[in-house]
Design a protein around this ligand. Structure first.
Ligand code: PMV
Length: 331
């Protein structure tokens, strides 16, 4: 094997993924719905996979153990198996660094598993092309499948039981539309529940899960058309609808899944108030209390200043569309 280093940028879904299809084995990790995302500039994971005497995983320069390290090593096994090499996987040293906002709370699994997949595949001299690597990254984390490209990306739900058609592809490149995403960090409480367990609970108990799944393809088609037309108000309307529909599905689970805090709602209302004043921002939010706001480049700074003034807001990061991942191999 070789030594390889990959850099992949994180992404935020504009049309959300929540819920998994039945699959065998379960770790095929097949989403019940397709999704559409924006890859972000600056916010990234850098991961190196190198041959070593024993397996190890360092995250942000600290040795990791337990389930965190086990998930990474299991993913190395998947990449090795996919590569079809004979024999046992060589032992590896994996080092990963996340360049994500210091206020934290932004999931690193998308960029992390994308970078790990790319670095491991290159280290194992496996090059099936980015679509197949996207399907492999999906098995580490659904959202990671989308971080295989910069710009605007779609992850298809797919129909095949082996998941080979459940992979992402680029819709529009980084340069297509100079929008901004504001990441509004609000106060954190204990996390309600991890995404995998939360998705399972919604599927098993939420009366809104069926309608959520049934209506998502229409949202995707509408969002794709609005994106192609660079129509911010129409895309903004769809992204808010997808976000609130996902959170409604979560909240109607038993027991309820509520990721929002008081400040989350205060920010959402502030964005809507500012919109009525002509600052056109559109909100979305994931499995946590932070709010992300999509807006035009020329209104981003003004919106950021106004949102920093909302009580409970710790920080606002302003980020643009991000690039494709990169991979470097050394002997
Ligand atoms: O793939 P995961 O486990 O990071 O789940 C992602 C779930 C959401 O962030 C809530 C939505 C999305 O599409 O990214």
């Amino acid at each position: 094997m070789k030594s390889a280093r990959a850099v992949a940028h994180t992404n935020i879904a504009l049309v959300k993924y929540w819920g998994k299809r039945e699959s065998s084995p379960a770790d095929l990790n097949l989403p019940a719905v397709g999704s559409l995302s924006l890859t972000l500039d600056r916010l990234r994971s850098e991961t190196t996979v190198a041959p070593a005497d024993q397996d190890s995983f360092h995250l942000n320069q600290e040795p990791a153990s337990g389930e965190v390290a086990a998930k990474v090593l299991r993913h190395l096994d998947r990449v090795w198996q996919a590569a079809g090499h004979a024999g046992a996987r060589p032992t590896c040293e994996v080092r990963s660094h996340n360049y994500l906002p210091t206020a934290a709370g932004l999931a690193s699994s998308a960029s992390g598993f994308a970078a790990l997949t790319l670095a491991a595949a290159a280290a194992f001299e496996y090059d099936p092309g980015r679509p197949a690597l996207s399907a492999l990254a999906r098995r580490g984390s659904g959202s990671a499948a989308r971080s295989l490209w910069g710009g605007f990306v779609r992850l298809d739900r797919g129909v095949l039981p082996d998941g080979s058609d459940c992979r992402a592809y680029p819709l529009q490149p980084q340069s297509f539309w100079d929008v901004r995403l504001l990441i509004v960090h609000t106060e954190k409480g204990p996390k309600a529940i991890g995404s995998t367990a939360g998705m399972q609970r919604s599927r098993d108990t939420s009366p809104y899960y069926g309608p959520w799944v049934d209506t998502s393809e229409a949202d995707l088609a509408a969002a794709e058309a609005a994106l192609a037309a660079r129509d911010l108000p129409v895309l903004g309307d769809i992204l808010e609808h997808s976000c609130f529909k996902m959170h409604a599905c979560m909240m109607a689970s038993r027991p309820p899944i509520v990721y929002w805090r008081g400040a989350t709602l205060d920010v959402i209302h502030a964005v809507w108030r500012l919109r009525a004043e002509g600052l056109r921002g559109y909100v979305t939010s994931d499995a946590g209390p932070h709010v992300k706001v999509l807006c035009a480049e020329d209104q981003a700074e003004e919106l950021a200043v106004r949102l920093r003034a909302v009580p409970g807001v710790h920080a606002v990061d302003v980020v643009g569309p991000g690039p494709d991942p990169t991979v470097e191999v050394s002997a």
